[in-house]
Ligand binder design. Sequence first.
Ligand code: GCB
Length: 612
Amino acid sequence: MKLRILALALLPLALARLEAAGSLINAYSRQSLSLNGKWNVIVDPYETGFYDYRYQPYDQGPDSTAAFFMDHRPADKSELVEYSFDRSPTLMVPGDWNSQAEKLFYYEGSVWYRRLFDIRASRPGNRLFVYFGAANYEADVYLNGKKLGRHVGGFTPFFFEITNAVKPVGNSLIVKVDNKRHREGVPTLNTDWWNYGGLTREVLLVQTPGTFIAQYHVGLKAGTRDRIEVTVQLDGPRKQQKVTVTLAGLGLKAEARTDASGVARIEFPAAQIRLWSPERPALHDVVLASETDQIADRIGFRTIKTAGTDILLNDKPVFLRGICIHEENPMRGGRAYSVEDARMLLGWAKELNANFVRLAHYPHNEHMARVADELGLMVWEEIPVYWAIQWENADTLHLAQSQLTELIARDQNRASVVVWSVANETPITAERTRFLKTLVDTARSLDGSRLISAAMEVHGDKQNPDLRIVDDPFGEFTDLVSFNQYIGWYDGLPDKTARISWSIKYKKPVVISEFGADALQGWHADALTRFSEEYQEDLYRKTITMLRKIPAWRGVTPWILADFRSPRRVLPNVQDGWNRKGLIGQNGAKKRAFAVLKSFYDEIEQRAARGP
Ligand code: GCB
């Protein structure tokens, strides 16, 4: 069926902003050459490759040819001989360096990575990009001795065009990755997770036509369940083209022409569309084609909103049966990065009978959201605005905004993603609330179709020691009232949960974004012995009983699916550098509390199936 073009060439604000940041959406489905595998590395704690002996940087910004560890020396500098990539050891990419080499376990500093490659297959007129899934935390990238650029932020993708810098044979790609923590960074100095450094996600050489589809959004038109709205953005010299959207499975095809800035908006009816839900995670093959390019995706359609204290998925009330997850493979003790890792972590969430996951505390790799799409898990995605960021620093705000923008640009077509979260456990001050409000505005301007939240905190009351209050002024700006609480672990013993009453200022759905207790898998004692599986099990039972008393309770993501490394967790023979609040241990074995949460989720699911 060919549909009439209903609206053309309307540049939505969202796309305008995304384009400004540059886009290369859905890079994994493009024609590409993988640069995964072994890279030669030079560990450079003093940044000898970056600064001369007066501590003046060799690197003078874009196009600079300077840097000690370059294969191509500037003509006026004598040859330096105190390094050799060829004779240096290798690390696997993707992968953090900490879990690959014992001497790098605690390392925080710079490592130079080098990869040689040939590119014989590039078609004339095509463009080439080097695409990084992520590098933690700063990356300076050079090709054949020329600086391509720098990216700051450890968990979002970035890319550089190399069309005119690349040769058919003998290219040398060098990346300085620096994972030093900074007070003004996002995250800041202090976190409860391991600061894994390196090229932690895939590196690809992506080939596109001269003018290509750089960005697109395909979703239900706001306020409808039977109309699809598509926005496409082209990048390249031929901005004005015919573009076509095809959903072959539904027999739908529509077309439009892009305007002078390369943008088209297409809207068409799709009455028979099967909506995406955890029970039936329907994904549809979508092909977007311009006269010069074509790209395919698998996309789900659903609506998410709140009404009073309810969360409505496809207009039906839903309880978020969730679990928090760090991007870590506990069995490897290192960053998770692959589709297999995503299947393992999200597979465990499915075994819990979860319908929701909180990907804490920073953007996870793209596979996580794609596998969640397939498995039928709703997702909360987050940026690392964690604890005490520099609220008054404009650069810090800018960094947080860029991470949020890059995350939304990457995952805006994932039906699974239902929440953008802008912060975790931040202290209440006017500056902080202003900072977070700016992030909310950024998220809403980029994507008005999802819920916005943040993990807030609970406060006590001087008069009544058993009252817990949620009155954070930031709650005005979020769609959910989400907060972390640790009654029974950091706040008294599990029995305390029976005495607690709540005062929650906002009439919005309440989602408890964390609760939990440490337990060493396989260690058994009575329910009052901290770090035993029994303590954790008892705390889960009692916490669930406590939370049932909150009338607006609409979801929970206990802390956390699996044990994870944290340098803050030093108790010998129990923690040994691991936060033990996982429902699953470092060996992949489930603790007793896993079954408690699963049976609660089974009950909730059965109740929902019976209807109101
Ligand atoms: C929290 C933090 C989380 C920590 C957790 C804990 O409130 O949000 O990052 O890991 O508590 O285990 O203390």
